[in-house]
Design a protein around this ligand. Structure first.
Ligand code: 13P
Length: 246
């Protein structure tokens, strides 16, 4: 399986930031792992133009249907036409800011796949859920509810992002990451014929300083990186660490 270093720029970036993608393209001309940058929707088309073929461009959300009266929303087909080859769905910031349920996330993931994009389905527990000892049951329920019908290892990626580790500088411990990724792997094997090959990414305060330790863990097939994906200077060593672990 080819590992995946994915960057989620969230609501950051104007045209100035495209130079970071140009730099990444030069530094990683033929990477040994898949590299993906998900800029804000406004930058997908110029990001695709700024990147070489070695860097994929993705989106951060999509609507569940392909067209209609949904002011302000963007359909998966539109994102693909703009240049996105992957779409993040169910990020915890969407789940909390926009009250997205597992059923909505599943419908969005199916829309992404239907449009020909890879669906990156995010899940993860809150601090309260971890402290209550319910992490494994929470992520299992999210996976069961959010995994799209028709999911294959080629069209679906899972990202485990503990909510309390996102943007906080608090990275989950290797034991915590390994435990959740193993549980997800077993569930994926149970639910899918090719569940052993589905990429499971870790996300939450990944940076160059902790990437090597995280990438050495079993069932960690890459990372979904927020803050440290905003500059080539910080994201490049994460890509290199993943290549070294491949
Ligand atoms: P940070 O890497 O900034 O913690 O964000 C993680 C994340 O939410 C990626 O989707």
């Amino acid at each position: 399986m080819r590992k995946l270093a994915a960057g989620n720029w969230k609501m950051n970036g104007l045209r100035d930031s495209l130079s970071e993608i140009g730099t990444l393209s030069e530094t990683h001309a033929s990477p040994a792992v898949d590299v993906l940058i998900c800029p804000p929707a406004t930058l997908i088309t110029p990001a695709r133009a700024a990147a070489t073929a070695s860097i994929a461009i993705g989106a951060q959300d999509c609507h569940a249907v392909s067209s209609g009266a949904h002011t302000g929303d963007i359909a998966a087909e539109m994102l693909v036409e703009a240049g996105a080859s992957a779409i993040i769905v169910g990020h915890s910031e969407r789940r909390s800011d926009h009250a997205e349920t597992d059923a909505m996330v599943k419908a969005k993931a199916e829309a992404a796949i239907g449009a020909g994009a890879i669906a990156i389905v995010c899940l993860g527990e809150t601090l309260e859920e971890r402290e209550a000892g319910s992490t494994i049951s929470v992520v299992a329920k999210q996976l069961a509810g959010s995994l799209p019908d028709g999911a294959t290892a080629a069209n679906t990626v899972i990202a485990y992002e503990p909510v309390w580790a996102i943007g906080t500088g608090k990275v989950a411990t290797p034991e915590q990451i390994a435990e959740v990724h193993e549980a997800l792997r077993i569930d994926l094997q149970d639910k899918m014929a090719d569940g052993s090959d589905v990429r499971i990414l870790y996300g939450g305060s990944v940076k160059a300083a902790n990437a090597t330790e995280i990438f050495a863990l079993p069932n960690v097939d890459g990372a979904l990186v927020g803050g440290a994906s905003l500059t080539a200077e910080q994201f490049s060593p994460i890509i290199t660490a993943l290549e070294a672990a491949s």
